[in-house]
Write a protein that binds this ligand. Structure first.
Ligand code: ADP
Ligand code: MG
Length: 473
């Protein structure tokens, strides 16, 4: 075949150009693994590690790559992708010769044989690791400003477990995608190598399993399972508060895996520094690697997420319905999804199209009373107490230790901020205190906010929980 070596120069130049355009992290993640293969006059073929990679690169960068190539070479040049090795979901034969076993990897015109692999596979291969949900994959995860850093870190980890960011801690409020990202890492790593032991567990199950193993005298089996994992994914580690023995066990598990350079990823609904009653040495371990957070999505990302969900159901949901949901529901992705599901379910049930009128009627509860209306001082007290691992009685009580005074002041401040209650009302709800105490509390919180930048995050987090709690009430 006549190879247009000249195109190689344009390719290299294009890469250099892109390196300046994107962040270093992005470049390392998406471009360092692309290999130039060959070219024709109007086509450059490159090879990439997986179809996931190909799709991501196409979606994110194909336009700028092809535009730059056009500019440099003076003619339209398109990029064809081929996969460096058969993905492990297809044939075990890949073990033998990682680059040359499948027709896919040598055929330059992948575009015309889009589903070739699926066709040749003997039976539908399993796309998700045992014990993980097949819905929780990177393909199903929409990346926006609220989660970009976390998602990119997760992708990097899934590509190179145990090397770059170990451990990784993902934190964020309920329904923001922690479990989805965590399981995506597991699914992806498993797709790369199904021999690897990928262990996903919630901290709650980890705790219960550990207790049971003690009762039944088989802690060695428990240790075996977790200390021999290649990738250990533990969800919701805030659950470990006060679970001293489990913390101890996890500490040793951590050390064993860390020394063996095995990947660990944890999630938590709050920064580790705010998990109470957890040993300092375990806290240190959790934050030894990379910590990333998830925020609620902004409008554009929320719309993209719902479009994707709607697409999966195969039901046409008009743009204005999606927009309506996203305008009204700003708490988290889980609530967005729940609203969409409810509307679609209703439309299906009564054989109607999904229209704005249907949506409005279905979501009336959400819309007619703004979430804030359900929020009482009581809800605030419960949420704040729970967050700081106190009882509401302690929060309202007389104790003046540091442990309760500041949470109490925060609760008063929030009550003042988001309810209609007066300072006098609030004082009464806090064990009959005087309104000047409430005023003082608000001043304290405000002045502390000026000097402690993390406090704003805490308040943000609390406000979101309170809204969620209120919407359930
Ligand atoms: P968490 O573990 O943080 O409480 P989940 O991972 O369970 O949240 O996410 C709640 C729901 O929202 C799941 O159905 C998940 O698929 C969906 N979700 C969250 N973030 C995204 C996203 N960026 N793209 C697509 N779906 C998302
Ligand atoms: Mg979760």
């Amino acid at each position: 075949m006549n190879d247009w070596q000249g195109n190689r120069v344009f390719w290299d130049e294009t890469l250099k150009h892109i390196e300046h355009q994107v962040s270093e992290q992005e470049f390392v993640m998406w471009f360092q693994q692309i290999q130039y293969a060959r070219s024709e006059e109007h086509t450059i073929t490159v090879s990439v590690p997986s179809s996931f990679y190909r799709d991501q690169v196409k979606q994110r960068y194909l336009d700028i790559i092809e535009e730059k190539l056009h500019e440099l070479s003076g003619r339209p040049v398109r990029i064809d992708f081929e996969i460096q090795r058969a993905e492990l979901t297809s044939q075990p034969a890949a073990e033998h010769n990682p680059s040359g076993n499948s027709a896919n990897s040598t055929n330059s015109d992948n575009r015309s044989r889009k589903n070739g692999k699926e066709k040749t596979a003997p039976s539908q291969p399993m796309r998700h690791a045992p014990g993980l949900s097949q819905d929780y994959t990177f393909e199903h995860f929409v990346i926006g400003d609220n989660n970009r850093f976390a998602a990119n870190a997760a992708i990097a980890i899934a590509n190179n477990p145990g090397t770059t960011y170990n451990p990784c801690l993902i934190y964020g409020g309920v329904g923001l995608g922690k479990t989805h990202l965590l399981q995506s890492i597991g699914n992806f790593a498993w797709q790369q190598d199904a021999e690897k032991r990928i262990v996903y567990v919630t901290a709650e199950d980890f705790t219960n399993e550990f207790i049971r193993s003690i009762q039944e005298n088989r802690t060695h089996l428990f240790k075996n399972k977790y200390r021999n994992a290649d990738t250990l994914l533990i969800d919701d580690i805030h659950f470990l508060q006060k679970k001293n023995e489990t913390q101890e066990e996890l500490f040793h598990t951590f050390n064993a895996l860390f020394d063996a350079k095995k990947q660990m990823v944890f999630t938590s609904d709050r920064p580790v520094s705010e998990i109470r009653d957890i040993t300092e040495r375990l806290q240190n371990r959790f934050t030894r690697g990379l910590t990333v957070d998830l925020q609620p999505p902004q409008m554009e990302t929320a719309v993209a997420i719902l479009n994707k969900k709607a697409e999966k159901t195969g039901i046409v949901v008009p743009d204005d319905v999606i927009n309506l949901i996203c305008q009204k529901i700003t708490t988290n992705v889980r609530d967005l999804e729940a609203a969409l599901t409810r509307i679609i379910a209703y439309a299906e049930l009564v054989n109607k199209e999904v229209t704005v009128a249907v949506a409005q009627r279905q979501l009336k509860d959400f819309f007619s009373s703004p979430l804030q209306n359900n929020i009482t001082v009581d809800v605030i007290q419960r949420t704040v107490a729970d967050y700081f691992n106190l009882s509401t009685n302690e929060l309202k009580g007389k104790k003046r230790t540091r442990q309760v005074v500041f949470p109490r002041q925060i609760a008063m401040y929030i009550a003042r901020d988001i309810t209609e209650a007066s300072m006098t009302d609030i004082g009464l709800e806090f064990g009959g205190r005087d309104h000047t105490t409430v005023m003082h509390a608000c001043q304290r919180v405000e002045s502390r906010m000026r000097t402690d930048p993390t406090l704003e995050d805490v308040l943000h987090n609390l406000n979101r929980r309170i809204k969620e709690e209120g919407s359930r009430a």
